[in-house]
Design a protein around this ligand. Structure first.
Ligand code: SF4
Length: 478
């Protein structure tokens, strides 16, 4: 091999094992600089490790269930599902996200009901997202069969298209039209359906070797707040889900499907119910994504039936570990990097910061001790009783506040009204962005649903009308 080739090879190795891609670093710095001062706390992850999550919009607006509330605009079900449109728009949005936010992020394939896409289109959309460095998660109501899942994941010749898939599934009794249970009277009646959904992925693993990450989502209103604890207890016990996430209802989307009293459910009330179900404190203070009035997250794992956080902020060794992690490993892409490359990246970090080994050992020692010691933990591992479990509450905002607050933000005006000021602060620290390649904008999901969806869907109605001669429409519900 010539010297030139050797130099080129070494250059490639150097670039691919660089701990943080320079484009990610630039996106993180931009994110941090734009955060309101009040959320630049030691636990803040945005701008230090993560750029935030992403979601698609306007790529398949239709859904075949009817929910109260429904965050889709009134016109969403009057738009035809069209695979070509879906793939073209997903590609354009992902290209824009990668250019603005760097080569790696988590993104949801969302907008309407993803399982109304033909399996090949669904698979192609996931592939496009991956090609743009996005770790995709399909957002669904979960009312589909194993055959559909298999057709998405397994390609021609029976070969899996993906080694791992992620699904966020939405179950609650406010949803109408699910097969077998069109009008559930209680959350408990939906437990068999929640279990069945998780079992499809266990079967996928056993038949095709494809692993999965499942997040369980539920909208919370005064109607089902008293059932939250029972849902947490049951979903955690089912074993297939790695995240249990709740969204207190907001007045956004289709106004025909709103009903009174949503404001009665606040983020603290939902969190209390999670702790009630787990019979322990679930601390959300270690890690913060964006504004605490929007998001609350507890990252951790189950050892048997007890939950443990990855970081316990009452222990100085673990607080130090968090600080040093953000400082030296912030921005390293752990999830989407091949193990050997990741090992080399981390090695490079420790080579420049040898004390990091001591910090890591102290954190591990502290974490193992609070989980019952090395022996108990080893036994639990051996019996497969250790698994990741994250709790989330994400509280969207009402359209009546988002619209004026966003309008003022766009003209550089800071609101004096306390409610609008809070809305502006939360939008500025938003963790969930959607791309508009046609204008060059990235907008918070609250803005997408409150301000932009109605106009966008009116345009899509003209572009993709339901009644086109020879067109095939699926699952219209209004
Ligand atoms: S989408 Fe809305 S509620 Fe969610 S983080 Fe962004 S601003 Fe906050």
């Amino acid at each position: 091999m010539s010297w030139t080739k050797i130099r080129a090879l070494l250059g490639r190795v150097e670039t691919s094992t660089r701990p943080v891609d320079p484009r990610t670093r630039a996106a993180l710095d931009e994110r941090w600089a734009a955060l309101p001062v009040g959320v630049r706390t030691p636990s803040q992850t945005l701008g230090r490790h993560a750029v935030g999550c992403e979601g698609t919009h306007g790529v398949f607006p239709k859904c075949n269930l009817t929910c109260s509330p429904c965050y889709h605009s009134a016109d969403a079900n009057k738009i035809r599902i069209d695979g070509e449109h879906t793939l073209r728009e997903v590609a354009a949005q992902m290209r824009h996200l990668a250019a603005r936010r760097g080569p790696r992020a988590h993104a949801q394939l969302i907008g309407g009901e993803v399982s109304l896409l033909a399996p090949d289109v669904h698979a192609a959309a996931l592939t496009i997202m991956r090609e743009h460095g996005r770790e995709p998660m399909s957002f669904t109501h979960g009312d589909f069969d194993y055959e559909y899942l298999q057709a998405v994941v397994v390609g021609e010749g029976g070969r899996p298209r993906f080694g791992r898939v992620s699904y966020a599934v939405h179950f609650d009794k406010l949803m109408r039209g699910r097969r077998g249970i069109p009008r559930p009277r209680s959350e408990a009646e939906l437990h068999p359906y929640r279990r069945r959904f998780a079992e499809m992925f266990a079967r996928l693993k056993s038949e095709h070797g494809v692993s999965s990450y499942l997040a369980h989502n539920m909208t919370v209103t005064p109607d089902n707040i008293d059932e939250v604890a029972d849902v947490v207890e049951n979903v955690v016990a089912m074993g297939g889900y790695s995240m249990v996430s709740f969204q207190p209802a907001a007045f956004v989307g289709d106004a025909r499907r709103w009903s009174g009293g949503y404001r009665d459910v606040d983020i603290d009330t939902v969190w209390d119910r999670i702790e009630l179900a787990m019979r322990q404190t679930i601390s959300h203070h270690a890690i913060q994504f964006g504004d605490p009035r929007c998001n609350r997250t507890a990252l951790g794992f189950m050892v048997g039936r007890r939950w443990h956080p990855f970081l316990d902020v009452t222990r100085p060794a673990e607080v130090d570990a968090r600080e040093q992690f953000f400082r030296h490993l912030g921005g390293v892409n752990f999830g989407g990097t091949p193990p050997v490359v990741l090992f080399l990246k981390v090695l490079r970090v420790f080579a420049g910061y040898p004390r990091g080994v001591v910090v890591a050992v102290r954190w591990a020692h502290s974490a193992v001790r609070r989980c019952g010691g090395i022996r108990e933990l080893s036994v639990a591992f051996a019996r497969r009783r250790v698994r990741s479990m994250t709790f989330v509450v994400h509280r969207f905002m009402d359209a009546e506040n988002v619209s004026p607050a966003w309008k003022m933000m766009q003209s550089g005006e800071t609101a004096s009204d306390p409610v609008l000021l809070e809305t502006q602060e939360r939008l500025a620290a938003c963790t969930y962005s959607m791309a508009h390649p046609e204008t060059g904008e990235l907008v918070p999901a609250c803005v997408q649903h409150s301000v932009l969806d109605p106009g966008e869907n009116q345009e899509l109605r003209k572009l993709l009308p339901l009644l086109v001669s020879g067109s095939k429409t699926t699952g219209c519900c209004s």
